[in-house]
Design a protein around this ligand. Structure first.
Ligand SMILES: *Cc1c(COP(=O)(O)O)cnc(C)c1O
Length: 395
């Protein structure tokens, strides 16, 4: 008998749960895009986006998903034939590298596998060896959504500085923005990409590229840039109505305005702390299950785990069996083992954005039921361990 009737819960790592407030803000007639409320609203988004990214730099908004933001960021600072160093700790690091290759950029990939973060000593050594300065940019995901790995972006800046290398530091914060602590300026990030549908709690369709003065200088010689992706006009407030090279994404902007208000009301530090506590509750549960079975966290080191998405390895095909059970019997959809081998051994839990303690404890309770229903060996006390983390964090 399915027990799934009721409000379904999409616990995949994007698109994330959309708050009712965001949905309501979008439920309205088409506005005038040339004057009035929408124009004011668009202006107001910029400082709030920059505050969340912790930057005094600029931000360009595109009608695009994360893939579009990836291409926009690369196109504005690179020319065909340039070389970049692309760090990979999962599928998304490779994806950004492939986007660069598609622009005619020479891409050198440093692949650090699927269970540990960037090896910063290896990156530093590679940059030191580039005495001619051929590498124009280093790309890294902050959180790789396929593996749940959290990379140390401040440490990557230190590696570049220690190597005395002038490459641009480019970070993909699509999964991590407003989930894991990120400090663009303090960490010396030159270009950062984000998208609307993860920590920013808005439907997919808005891409963001944040950039500083060094990146703006690189734009002057960038041969890959096209009229559509050019960030110059899009980041100039006086040209606001051309931000989008056409019709503004009207309803997305209303939704984003509401989402940014929600983040502002909670406070970004509190948003990060909430994600931290809820992630630790999930890790505690998985550790307990693993005491009596095959389940384990994909990333062994807690310091290298994302607070937005957790990747879990079970066994083939029990990972997929559990995922399917949770969806069919209990109305909770977990993420697939994207890009992993074998895919059915893995699943992912999205806990980004509009997620609170009852949602996370609900997911964990359902998973516990699924393990029992399917006869998958597991340790006991997982939900109890998670409840303890929640109780302590809330105290
Ligand atoms: C989701 C995601 C992307 C891709 O974003 P799309 O909107 O699906 O194109 C890229 N990088 C990371 C880290 C992501 O989480």
């Amino acid at each position: 008998m399915p027990l799934s009737h009721g409000r379904p819960y999409l616990a995949i790592p994007g698109p994330s749960v959309m708050p009712d407030r965001v949905l309501r803000a979008m439920h309205r007639a088409a506005p005038n895009i040339y004057t009035g409320e929408l124009v004011e609203l668009t202006h107001g988004l910029i400082p709030d986006l920059k505050a969340i990214a912790r930057t005094d730099g600029k931000v360009a908004i595109y009608i695009a998903n994360g893939h579009g933001a990836w291409e926009a960021a690369l196109a504005n600072v690179l020319s065909p034939g340039d070389t970049i160093l692309a760090l990979a700790t999962g599928r998304f690091g490779h994806g950004w590298a492939e986007m660069a290759a598609g622009l005619g950029v020479e891409v050198e990939v440093m692949d650090f596998g699927e269970t540990a973060p960037n090896d910063l000593a290896a990156v530093e050594a590679r940059l030191k060896a580039d005495s001619e300065g051929r590498i124009k940019a280093v790309t890294s995901v902050h959180v790789d959504t396929s593996t749940g790995i959290l990379n140390d972006i401040a440490g990557l800046r230190t590696a570049l500085d220690r190597a005395g290398h002038g490459a641009l530091l480019m970070a993909d914060c699509i999964a991590s923005l407003a989930c894991d602590r990120f400090e663009m300026d303090a960490w010396g990030v030159d270009v950062m990409v984000a998208a609307s549908q993860k920590g920013l709690m808005t439907p997919p369709g808005l891409g963001f590229v944040f950039f500083n003065d060094r990146a703006a200088a690189a734009r002057q010689t960038a041969g890959c840039v096209t009229r559509h992706w050019d960030w110059t006009d899009r980041s100039a407030p006086e040209l606001y109505y051309q931000f989008f090279n056409g019709t503004a994404p009207t309803h997305h902007l209303y939704g984003l305005r509401e989402a940014l208000d929600m983040i502002g009301e909670e406070g970004i530090e509190a948003v990060w702390a909430r994600h931290d506590a809820l992630a630790r509750a999930i890790w505690a549960a998985v550790a307990a299950w693993g005491q009596g079975g095959a389940m384990r966290l994909n990333v062994a080191e807690a310091a290298s785990r994302s607070r937005a998405i957790t990747s879990v390895e079970l066994s083939d095909p029990d990972g997929e069996r559990l995922r399917a059970w949770c969806e069919e019997k209990a109305g909770v959809t977990l993420g697939i083992g994207l890009g992993r081998t074998p895919p059915d051994a893995f699943f992912r839990i999205g806990h980004m954005g509009h997620v609170n303690a009852h949602m996370v404890l609900g997911v964990l309770g359902v998973m516990d039921a699924g393990l029992k229903a399917l006869g998958i060996p597991h340790g006991s006390g997982a939900v109890e361990a998670a409840a303890r983390v929640v109780a302590d964090a809330a105290a």
